[in-house]
Design a protein around this ligand. Sequence first.
Ligand SMILES: Cc1cc2nc3c(=O)[nH]c(=O)nc-3n(C[C@H](O)[C@H](O)[C@H](O)COP(=O)(O)OP(=O)(O)OC[C@H]3O[C@@H](n4cnc5c(N)ncnc54)[C@H](O)[C@@H]3O)c2cc1C
Length: 376
Amino acid sequence: MVVLEAADAVGGRVRSEVVDGITVDRGFQLLNPAYPEAARVLDLDALHLRSFVPGVLLAGRDGRHLVADPRRRPSALLTSALHAPGSRLAQARFAAYAVSLAVGNGHRLLGRADTEVGAAYARFGALTDRVLAPFLAGVLFDDSMASSRRFVDLLLRTFVLGTPGVPARGMQAMPDQLASGLDVRLVTPVRAVTSRTAVTDETTWHARAVVVATDPGGASTLLPGLDVADMRSGTTWWHLADVPGAALTGGSPVLVVDPDRRGPLVNSVVVSNAAPSYSVHGRALVASTALGTDVDERAVIDHLTLLHGIDVTNWDVVAVHRIAATVPSTPVGSSFRKPVQHEGIYVAGDHRDTASIQGALASGRRIGDAVLAALA
Ligand SMILES: Cc1cc2nc3c(=O)[nH]c(=O)nc-3n(C[C@H](O)[C@H](O)[C@H](O)COP(=O)(O)OP(=O)(O)OC[C@H]3O[C@@H](n4cnc5c(N)ncnc54)[C@H](O)[C@@H]3O)c2cc1C
């Protein structure tokens, strides 16, 4: 098997770079070890995952309050109970709902009637408006709450079952691990495919099976007529603060979100509080993400100041990643098991399964099984 890769390294949307000794991922993202496929195909121990807090720090007009899963963060029980928005009844309803998502096999969630997540979660009241919606905006790269409730249920299930983190060496460690031992030809863009050939600038490769495992844009270029979802976009700023991590978010690796949405950032997090190896000289490395790629920089700085409650004007920008295609949109009725073939050519990627690392890995397995069965 040969992998023809257009870029100069493996990873696709999961890439890291080192800037002056500082590790930054191309767009803040996390790996959840509870993804079923991750547990199957990755050597999670070798990634040395550095976990984040299973909850969020709400930084709103009424102060800063940790709302976390009390089962995994017992110390947050009191503050969560006191400060989680909404009535106790709605909070209890949501807690019961979240726990129910984690029961049994995730496939059963796909059998439910689909609807917009905003409508499905309206019964959780202010908890949805002030916690779930701002949190999900950063996960889905969309703040409309119009995504498929089935998909969000699956996502929440993984957050209940696992605590996401980053590999100590950066997210790039994950694709590097997957690619080790494979025959990968870098800087080799494929220009055209048939069910038995792949055409590059230098040559035509012949194979018994051809798999197009690209992002949705690449797939629709190579396979005209393939149905692919629209992509969401986002921008991540990486700042090196002029203070140590202990001075921000209480030294905790927790996602900060603004329930009052007073600016463009959907979240900000001191990544070095989870993974000190990302940073240098003990300085806090902060990743902050906004939706879209055309974001007012001044507004970002103002919002960052509100989120961290500290003067950020002397923070150094390490990198800014404007990413036009982050994750596929998942409108109501999305299929999370799309056909494995298009006109005799196999198609893999997160746009064929769920819009996530889990979806990309699961899709790879489905296609691998289909190819092996066909060749046998
Ligand atoms: C900023 C950001 C944050 C995210 N956050 C999360 C998160 O927290 N959790 C999560 O689970 N998911 C997250 N995701 C989504 C996740 O990264 C993707 O779902 C996943 O990486 C998709 O993998 P893939 O293999 O399907 O596609 P890709 O990663 O896009 O890989 C496709 C590969 O195909 C190559 N290619 C394209 N065209 C050609 C061609 N013609 N010839 C040869 N090679 C080609 C590309 O160079 C690329 O290497 C995030 C994504 C981004 C960008």
